[in-house]
Write a protein that binds this ligand. Structure first.
Ligand SMILES: CC(C)(COP(=O)(O)OP(=O)(O)OC[C@H]1O[C@@H](n2cnc3c(N)ncnc32)[C@H](O)[C@@H]1OP(=O)(O)O)[C@@H](O)C(=O)NCCC(=O)NCCS
Length: 162
């Protein structure tokens, strides 16, 4: 099973990760093919943060998350002393093995080592597995920070301190 998490660096890493993320988000009904095709590209994600990838034993990407840079253009809910991550996804064939948790933990470790006071993120109301994961890892809902998404749902905000 996988337990190797590292930064995406090669063309192959990026190709596999963006294809996987599009498959997870479109296949799960979380976004449209058109939106995913625009958003989940190396050109969009690479300048915005560090893409962490989980590799399996055949060196294939089975999960990914984008830890946004402090002043990232893709930052949507983080305040000045906070960090935010986006597009967490794990291949549905390898879920339930702690890969999602290790990707989130890698984001927390990096952000807190760099001096962030809190990690913040938003999630869709139907991402039930993600909500359980965040709550298990000590994140708390911050409903006062929720935002309406133009697609017709509420972006649920979660926060975790150091
Ligand atoms: C949310 C998501 C990333 C979780 O990935 P994952 O790798 O399955 O996460 P984990 O394995 O750490 O945790 C998932 C479950 O596996 C269980 N688990 C964790 N480690 C385990 C292990 N070693 N063995 C067996 N089960 C384990 C957890 O208890 C958890 O159970 P629960 O869902 O009943 O709470 C994945 O479901 C996903 O990609 N969802 C679609 C995209 C999405 O919603 N992204 C969030 C964006 S905000």
């Amino acid at each position: 099973m996988t337990d190797r998490i590292r930064e995406a660096t090669t063309d192959m890493d990026w190709e596999q990760a963006t294809v996987l993320l599009r498959r997870i988000y479109v296949g799960g009904g979380h976004t449209t093919d058109e939106q995913a095709g625009r958003f989940m590209t190396r050109a969009n994600l690479e300048p915005a943060g560090v893409l962490l990838v989980a590799m399996d034993e055949t060196d294939t990407v089975v999960g990914a998350v984008l830890l946004l840079h402090p002043e990232s253009p893709l930052r949507q809910v983080a305040a000045a002393n906070e960090r935010e991550f986006r597009v967490l996804g794990v291949d549905d064939r390898t879920r339930g093995n702690g890969i999602g948790e290790r990707l989130v933990q890698a984001c927390l470790d990096r952000a807190f080592a760099a001096g962030a006071q809190a990690m913040v993120l938003w999630t869709q109301p139907r991402m039930f597995g993600a909500h359980r994961l965040y709550e298990r890892m000590g994140f708390q809902r911050a409903p006062e920070r929720d935002v309406e998404d133009p697609r017709g749902f509420t972006r649920l905000v979660y926060v975790r301190g150091r």
